[in-house]
Each structure stands twice: as C-alpha cells, then as structure tokens.
Design a protein around this ligand. Structure first.
Ligand code: 4H7
Length: 250
C-alpha cells in the first residue's frame, strides 16, 4: 500500500517516514511512503501556489492549477488511488476508519492545505474523500495526514512485528487498553500488582480484562454505553461493586 503526501513542507513528512515502525514497514517493503512538493507543480516562473481571495479579505487561498498538476502526477503511478483531503469539514477519523482504509488496500494520496484554505472547486473532481481528525483547526493538513498514515499503516500485516500485535489495542472492542508495568517492582513506594508477578496466565488475563474495563468505566463511560458487556465483564463489575461496598461499610 502506497501513501503519497502532497504538501508545501515535504521535510515535515519525510522525517516522519524515516522513523520508528513506519520506516521499518517501508524498509520491509510492506508499505511505501512518498512526498510530492506542490510547489514543484506551480504554473508560473515565480513558483506561485497561492493567490488573493475573490471578494477580498485577509490571507491567501491555495490555487487549483498546481494542486491539480500534483494530483495528476501522483495518480500516474496508480490511477486507482484514492485522493483524500485533510480538512476540518471532513468526516471524523476513527479506529474503525483506519481498519477500513487498511483493509481496502488502495493507495492513498493525501492533499495537505495551507494558508486560509483551498479554492472551493477542489471538491468537484479532484478529491474522493474529505477527512478530519477532530474538531479543531490547524495551520495545515500535514499533521492530520501523518495521524492517518500512522494509524492505518500499523494495521497492515507485518508492519508491527508479530510480538507487537494490535489485537489488544484500545477501541477495538470499544474498550481502553489495560494498564502496563515494567521494572522496577517498586517505584517510590508504588508496587506492581502482585498478580502480574505470579506467572498464572489465567489470573493475569482476568486482571487485564478487569483493568481494561475499570479504565473504560472511569475514563470513557461513553464507550460502555455503545456496546453490551460480555458475561465475564458483568461478573468483574459485580465483584468490583462488592469490593467498593465493603470499603464504604468499613
Ligand atoms: C484544508 C482546508 C485539517 C486544510 C482548510 C486541516 C484541521 C484539520 C486546512 C484548512 C486543517 C482537521 C486552513 C482551515 C487554515 C483553517 C485557519 C488546513 N485543520 N485550513 N485555516 N481537523 N487545516 O483534521
């Protein structure tokens, strides 16, 4: 799967492609990361990519000509690629959407806007889909495109090593991840839960399920509303309630 980013700041994106699991996935040839500088496709000798807004007002607007040329160039390699525009008006990105993009296995071209925005006519034929990473405004689409590439690429088989599987990730079953601990056993008086040192795999599995459920209950109760509890979770919650009641009585 190819990830192509059209941007005015290629260094920003290239350094992202050169680090961590994403760079490993690229080296293993499981994914490709590629950057295109929109300015290389400007249509005049001053390398202009923006212009003053019709109707007046402050700021500049990204011109269509250079964007169109950059998109057509990116599509040459694979005309089937999906063109995604990162914008605050897009549909909200989520873990579910990341799975969708990863399983569709279509090459993705990300268009990153700068300045006050992009000429509205970008929507007519140039983009297939508009995505937002959340309800806030940024100075450009680059960070948003990296968020999407990061969370999508790690779902492609082999990008994470077999030991670093994503099966226990937050949100997969609308649950937050369980708590993690490593050495030392005691840090400034804070101890690692006994059960994790016990070597009893079934007890550890149950403790992790309980940790995940408690965290979700305390930090993201909205996730529990969406999804029904399984039998084991009901049992865990009942037990937790009993423990809390004992505490209150004491
Ligand atoms: C496209 C159109 C994405 C891209 C407009 C991008 C937030 C998100 C941008 C704009 C983004 C997100 C230009 C609108 C600058 C705001 C001040 C780049 N911001 N901008 N204006 N939530 N900005 O995913």
């Amino acid at each position: 799967m190819d990830f192509i980013v059209l941007t005015l700041f290629p260094e920003l994106i290239n350094s992202f492609f050169e680090h961590g699991m994403i760079s490993r996935g690229i080296k293993k040839k499981l994914i490709k990361g590629h950057c295109i500088n929109i300015r290389d496709f400007s249509c005049d000798r001053h390398n202009t990519v923006d212009d003053r807004p019709y109707g007046g007002g402050s700021g500049m607007v990204m011109k269509l000509e250079s964007l169109q040329a950059a998109i057509l160039h990116a599509k040459k390699k694979n005309p089937e690629s999906r063109v995604v525009l990162m914008s605050p008006q897009g549909t909200r990105f989520s873990q579910k959407k990341a799975f969708e993009l990863a399983s569709r296995n279509k090459d993705l071209i990300f268009v990153c806007g700068r300045y006050e925005g992009i000429d509205e006519r970008i929507y007519t034929t140039l983009v297939d889909e508009e995505i937002s990473i959340g309800d806030y405004v940024m100075t450009g689409g680059e960070v948003a495109s990296m968020v999407i590439i990061d969370s999508t690429a790690r779902l492609i088989p082999g990008v994470l090593g077999s030991s670093e599987s994503f099966k226990s990730d937050s949100f997969i079953d609308d649950r937050l991840e369980y708590a993690h601990y490593t050495r030392p056993e005691e840090f400034e008086g804070l101890k690692v839960p006994e059960v994790l040192l016990s070597g009893n795999h079934e007890k550890i599995r149950l403790w992790r399920k309980r940790s995940s459920l408690q965290r979700t209950f305390l930090k993201r109760p909205d996730l529990l509303q969406k999804n029904t509890l399984d039998a084991e979770e009901k049992k865990i919650l009942k037990q937790w309630r009993q423990e809390l009641e004992t505490l209150v009585r004491e």
